[in-house]
Design a protein around this ligand. Sequence first.
Ligand code: ADP
Ligand code: MG
Length: 261
Amino acid sequence: MAKLLSLEKVSVKFGGLVALNEIDLSVNSGEIVALIGPNGAGKTTLFNLLTGVYKPTSGTIHYMGQNITKLEPFDRARLGIARTFQNTRLIKNMTVLENVLVAHPDCNSESILGSLFLFGKGRRRRDAIARECIDLLEVVGLHRKLDEWAGNLPYGEQRLLEIARAMATGCKVLLLDEPAAGMNGPEKKQLADKIGYLSRNFNLDMVLIEHDMGLIMNIADKIVVLDHGHKIAEGPPEEIQQNPKVISAYLGGEDDDFDGE
Ligand SMILES: Nc1ncnc2c1ncn2[C@@H]1O[C@H](COP(=O)(O)OP(=O)(O)O)[C@@H](O)[C@H]1O
Ligand SMILES: [Mg+2]
């Protein structure tokens, strides 16, 4: 498998606090990687590193063979690295379709308004962009809700809309920060199915932070476990599930939530 994204001995310090300590990590093409660990382990910091919001104190980050350690978030997004947030960042008083349109790189809110007056070629381009966005909404299963206010969607669908928005940016790697947070059982199942589907059919590589072990065990190819800024384990789900270090650090040795519900 080709290496897509890699961290080599990456550390992040906030003053005296070592949020990440010499982390090595690689994401191969076609892989779904799950990042787990207790609160404060450094998971969100790692995402911020991948998107360029934080720069490492030391170490390097490569993406498709390019050293991106010093690249700004905008440039990384252009290379195809996109993320969703732990709390949704939808524009609640815009429709579902508008939310995806404004995320499209060839389209912003100004040009949507401007495009009302377009004719000929400009209009065809506008229609093509709208078609692309509707297709993406179909992929995540929201094509029947194009005109609904984003803020009125049930929580699970808001997360799916966020994924469609990230995909509209043309991303190759999708970073999902706790995508199942706040979801009920059926919504989680729907999300897991969609994540698997996107990975298989859209060549999207995914890194997700998630607490729901049932979900992770089902969809992740590889699990990386962080604890207090250290990587304490890495491997396929069935191996991680048995790892005594993981069981004691992540679960305090007594939490029986590990195998799912
Ligand atoms: N911008 C920041 N400034 C100072 N400390 C931070 C900052 N971001 C995160 N931290 C600290 O880094 C550690 C890891 O945080 P975080 O990555 O959010 O953990 P997780 O997402 O695994 O819960 C925590 O101790 C947190 O308080
Ligand atoms: Mg976090």
